[in-house]
Ligand binder design. Sequence first.
Ligand SMILES: Nc1nc2c(ncn2[C@@H]2O[C@H](COP(=O)(O)OP(=O)(O)OP(=O)(O)O)[C@@H](O)[C@H]2O)c(=O)[nH]1
Ligand SMILES: [Zn+2]
Ligand SMILES: [Zn+2]
Ligand SMILES: [Zn+2]
Length: 325
Amino acid sequence: MCVVCGCSDNSPAHARHVQTHAGEAGVVQVNPGNGDLHFGAGAARVSVPGMSQARAIKLETDILGANNRVAQQNRAHFEAHGVTALNLVSSPGSGKTTLLCATIEALKKHAPGLRVAVIEGDQQTSFDADRIRATGAPAIQVNTGKGCHLDAPMVSEAFAQLHSHDHHSHDHHHGHHDDGHSLLFIENVGNLVCPAVWDLGEAAKVAILSVTEGEDKPLKYPDMFAASQLMVLNKIDLLPHVKFDVARCIALARRVNPTIEILQLSATTGEGMDAWLHWLDHAMGAHHHHHDEPVSEEAALRQRVQQLEAELAQAQAALTTGSAA
Ligand SMILES: Nc1nc2c(ncn2[C@@H]2O[C@H](COP(=O)(O)OP(=O)(O)OP(=O)(O)O)[C@@H](O)[C@H]2O)c(=O)[nH]1
Ligand SMILES: [Zn+2]
Ligand SMILES: [Zn+2]
Ligand SMILES: [Zn+2]
């Protein structure tokens, strides 16, 4: 996990090795059957050369604690401005920016008054922010350099930039007023590992998985799918050309996170976009809800359907992948 990588203040000359001395047992676990190694089996769930498990835990707790305090401030700030923030996480190239551009275009028709802004995280370049700005929506690029994820202070700064571009005389000592409801998409750095543990103050994490990546990703990178409220299965237009078992992917995602919601779509053909727009509408909450049926009844039904789907998926997973666990 990146929280503690490269932060060792101990001697780096200490090579990573099987540490069996007192207090350090279990940094690497060896499978006696085949020699496979597990470096995340210790208490810190990560191995860092030259660093004890206790120190790794302490460092991670301190760093994430500092991050989480800013994340809470972001959450309050978003709330005060009527902003629903969504944190889009995925491997590089799953189609996050393509989906965002398509979403912004679709929202121009479906919700013409709705304000949508984007914070784009990448190590280098402003390509993604440029793609968003080309749609007419405001975007701020955040380059992380060597960093492999966005953190809450970065999002705080980027939101302030959006703000000052949005209302020219935004005075940050203002009593926060309700500016009407708006959507803020935060596209995280393409990385299926560490963005899972960094709270940015978002309302929900949305994991994008494309069908070219393989259906086993939810089990291989469980933290991300456990942390996400929704999995968007993207590039379904490519299903005829790749070996990808959608049902198995869904079962594996539900094994990691039994309540995860799942949508299948193609950001390039537009298939499945309506369900995604509907999901966004729900994410924005009651303010913006325009259904005829009572919200509570529909929500209860959706929950029941999800529950049943999860049970079914678990049963299927037990049948089809039980031997691969
Ligand atoms: N066939 C197909 N291609 C897609 C779809 N969505 C995105 N792509 C393609 O996938 C590639 C990567 O798309 P991006 O939108 O740049 O992916 P990203 O997740 O934003 O990438 P990073 O920001 O670098 O992590 C591009 O060539 C897109 O045209 C889709 O639904 N179907
Ligand atoms: Zn992108
Ligand atoms: Zn990281
Ligand atoms: Zn403000």
